[in-house]
Design a binder for this molecule. Structure first.
Ligand SMILES: [Zn+2]
Length: 265
């Protein structure tokens, strides 16, 4: 039994739900993200939010998987501040839907000035409504700088770090994130971000407190079964079942339950 706390099912087939259920997946959370193309209007996001809050929970339920979501305009499409503000104005209309856990995945992509402005406005929205936050951190060379900028922006508004998950951490960012009191997520990709082997190494070096794993499977090269594969890797290395359950079930459940909306059988 496991939870995949970050996966983009709008980009996946129903067969993937079926295979995940067979592998033991009981609950997922799906952050709003870049869909592989820039949407032309705020209405494009409204339709996307309907998909996330209405269509996907029903599709997941057919296979006994609980589906939850996070809403935002992602950093990649935040360069146009006018569009971003139109989308931000639509988000509150969806926040009372029962499967919405909070604001995400917000963050930075190229660490630009406009991205930072839109990030700050999302943080303010989450803070004013007492919502959890899920953070996307930039890729490769921008990651460490971007992660610091994001943590500073969150701290500047007085948000409790124990209600924020910083995702896509790697070897060089996991420690600064945990040391400041945030939760950290490791994304298991076949080649970039963390492989299951690198994630297992990071658990061995940094422990399992406030740390989880996810597949972040989307429309690109990614694997919706990455979490059970990492569990297998840890089992092969002789880790105890309790430790494996902690990182793939107990930890995500503990963080997500702070929303008051997360449910798992
Ligand atoms: Zn994502």
């Amino acid at each position: 039994m496991y939870i995949d706390p970050h996966i983009h099912m709008v980009s996946r087939t129903t067969d993937d739900y079926q295979r995940m259920a067979l592998a033991g997946c009981v609950a997922i959370t799906e952050p709003a993200f870049w869909a592989g193309y820039d949407r032309g209007s705020a209405q494009g996001f409204v339709d996307y939010f309907r998909l996330l809050t209405d269509t996907e929970p029903k599709r997941a339920a057919q296979f006994g998987i609980r589906h939850h979501t996070w809403l935002c305009i992602n950093p990649k499409e935040s360069e146009d501040i006018g569009l971003a503000r139109e989308v931000l104005a639509e988000i509150p209309k969806f926040l009372d839907r029962p499967s919405v856990l909070g604001i995400g995945e917000i963050g930075l992509n190229k660490n630009s000035r406009n991205e930072l402005v839109v990030l700050e406005e999302h943080i303010a929205l989450a803070h004013s409504r007492g919502l959890l936050i899920l953070v996307h951190t930039p890729h490769l060379e921008d990651k460490l700088k971007g992660t610091r900028l994001i943590m500073d922006a969150i701290a500047a508004q007085g948000v409790d770090p124990s209600r924020v998950l910083i995702d896509h951490v790697e070897e060089h960012t996991v420690r600064p994130v945990l040391d400041r009191g945030f939760w950290a997520g490791m994304t298991l990709y076949p080649d970039t971000k963390c492989t299951p082997q690198r994630a297992a190494d990071i658990f061995e070096m940094h422990g399992t407190e406030r740390l989880w794993i996810n597949s972040a499977a989307d429309w690109g090269v990614s694997d919706p079964l990455a979490v059970p594969k990492c569990r297998d890797e840890m089992r092969r290395r002789g880790h105890l079942d309790a430790i494996i359950k902690r990182v793939s079930f107990d930890n995500p459940k503990a963080f997500l339950s702070q929303s008051g909306r997360f449910s798992v059988k």
